[in-house]
Structure formats: C-alpha cells, structure tokens
Ligand binder design. Structure first.
Ligand code: HEC
Ligand code: HEC
Length: 234
C-alpha cells in the first residue's frame, strides 16, 4: 500500500516522465515534416497551385490527404493515376473528359494556372504518407490486365504510343485495361482504317455530332501515330 506522499510522488513522477515522452515524440514528428513532405520540392509553382486549390474551394467536393468533401474523387494521388497530359486536358474542360457523369465546375483556368495546379498535385502525390491512401485491391487484376494489353500490342508488332497511355486509357479499354466511357478498342482496326481514325481524332464532333468523345490537343504526328497503332489492332 502506498502512503499519501508516495502516491503523490508516483503521480508527479509518472506525469513528468510521460510528459517528456510526449514532448519528445511531438518534436520528433515535427522534425520529420520537412523530409516527409519533401519540402525542398515546394517551388513557387506548387505554392501558386495550392493557393488556387484553396481559393477555388476544390475541397468543397474533393478530399486531399483524406480531408474535404466526399462528392468527388480523392486527389492525393491523382498525378500518378492520371498523369500530367490527361490533367491538362481535363482541367481545361472537365466535362468533356467525363461525359454524362457528375459535373465538375469549369473554372476557365488559364494555361499557367493549370500547370501550377498540376505542379501542386505532383508535389502532394510525392509526399511520404506512410502508405496513404491504400492501393485498391483491384490492383492485382490491373497488373495482369496490363500484361495482356502489352501482349495484344506486341501482336500488332507496335509499341503503345505515349499519347495513348496518357490520354486514351482513361476512357477506352485495350487488352482488358482502361476505362469504359468509350468502346473497347480491341479489334478497332477491323472496323476503321487509319484515315478514318485520323479524321476522327482531329475533330470527333465533326464526324459524329453530339459525340461524347472529346477533341484532344494532338499534333499531326501524334494523330498519325495513334491512327496507325489503332488500325493495326485487328
Ligand atoms: C462541384 C464539385 C467540384 C468542385 C468544386 C471541384 N471538382 Fe474536381 N471533380 C468533381 C467531380 C464530380 C469529378 C469526377 C468527374 C466526374 O465524375 O464527372 C472531379 C474530378 C476531378 C479531377 C480528376 C480526378 C480523377 O481521378 O479523374 C481532378 C484533377 C479535379 N477534379 C481537380 C479539381 C480542382 C483542381 C478543383 C478546384 C479548382 C476541383 N476539382 C473542384 C467535382 C468538383
Ligand atoms: C473522355 C473519354 C474519351 C477519351 C479521353 C477518349 N475517347 Fe475515344 N471515344 C469515346 C467515346 C464515348 C466514344 C464513342 C463515340 C460515339 O460513338 O459517339 C469514342 C470512340 C472512339 C473511337 C471509335 C471507336 C469505334 O469503334 O468506332 C476511336 C478510334 C477512339 N475513340 C479513339 C480514341 C483515342 C485514340 C483516344 C486518345 C487520344 C481517345 N479515343 C480518347 C470517349 C473517349
């Protein structure tokens, strides 16, 4: 049995020890922030992007680092998920890239604002977040699907054009991998020839008024590369 003064000593001693532990852990955590957030990568662009993100209240619909509203996708890893090319086209006209779905506001962002936002998303995506957000379980399927996409491209004896991966995968499947907003492009070469695909890519709406496929910024060469790649998918 402790006497009254022993109990007091026990209480004070315990409080002191654990306060010290708590203080040490706090200082330790704060000390890790610059490293975990890769603070050396915070450029003027990233800061402007963060400012735009706050000013436009993007968190009114999105979460980032798990904070915000649950109406629209979590954006911490959006850079890794979508890539800069796709985001550039998307932020210019969000609705075009998600036809017939929930609406994201078109902020009519200037090109330099778009690149600031992309820099901000790149920076935040590269933070060390101890594994947040966890990768979805479907990852395993996707890996195998990408294997077969690579195989089907190989059978066409052509490498997948970079623009295809950057822009088209979001909406089209090929070899089982990709989005399902547009039709799967396996075998598209038996329906369409390179010339048709080239014309289509130049201005989808001119070929088929009211189509949900957006017009994307592609150079002549990129269009031709995509057209001959797809025409070979038979
Ligand atoms: C009114 C709600 C709303 C606001 C505000 C909003 N968004 Fe979105 N955003 C969406 C929705 C909804 C989607 C998903 C697209 C869809 O389903 O149409 C989306 C998608 C996105 C995507 C693509 C995510 C992905 O994984 O494909 C990015 C990037 C994005 N928003 C950035 C922003 C930025 C930057 C801002 C602020 C400037 C912003 N959003 C403000 C609703 C919103
Ligand atoms: C935002 C979604 C979206 C993106 C991004 C997109 N497409 Fe499409 N695409 C569609 C939709 C939807 C259709 C169906 C159009 C229709 O029938 O009105 C389509 C149709 C097509 C067709 C015609 C297929 C057929 O069987 O007739 C081709 C070819 C095509 N897309 C190629 C591409 C290429 C190449 C890219 C990348 C540069 C791309 N698409 C990016 C949505 C998209």
């Amino acid at each position: 049995m402790l006497s009254k003064s022993q109990a007091r000593l026990f209480f004070l001693g315990g409080t002191l020890v654990f306060s010290c532990v708590f203080l040490y852990l706090t200082v330790d955590s704060i000390g890790k922030i610059p490293e975990q957030t890769r603070s050396v990568n915070i450029t003027a662009e990233v800061k402007r992007g963060k400012h735009l993100f706050d000013k436009n209240n993007c968190m009114g619909c999105h979460t980032i680092l798990g904070e915000g509203a649950y109406y629209a996708p979590e954006l911490t890893k959006v850079y890794e998920r979508r890539g800069p090319e796709w985001m550039k086209v998307f932020l210019k006209d969000p609705e075009a890239m998600y036809p017939n779905q929930r609406k994201m506001v078109n902020y009519h962002l200037k090109p330099e604002e778009i690149s600031d936002l992309i820099a901000f998303f790149k920076w935040i995506g590269e933070m060390d977040l101890n594994g947040f957000p966890p990768k979805p379980d479907i990852q395993a399927n996707q890996t195998s699907a990408s294997g077969s996409a690579a195989k089907s491209a190989q059978s066409a004896a052509q490498a997948i054009p970079a623009k295809y991966t950057a822009l088209c995968t979001a909406c089209h499947q090929l070899g089982g991998q990709g989005g399902n907003v547009g039709p799967a492009l396996d075998g598209v070469g038996s329906r369409r020839d390179a010339a048709w695909i080239d014309t289509w890519l130049k201005d989808p709406n001119a070929v088929k008024p009211g189509t949900a496929m957006p017009q994307m910024p592609l150079s002549e060469l990129e269009r031709q590369e995509l057209a001959s790649f797809l025409a070979a998918q038979k």
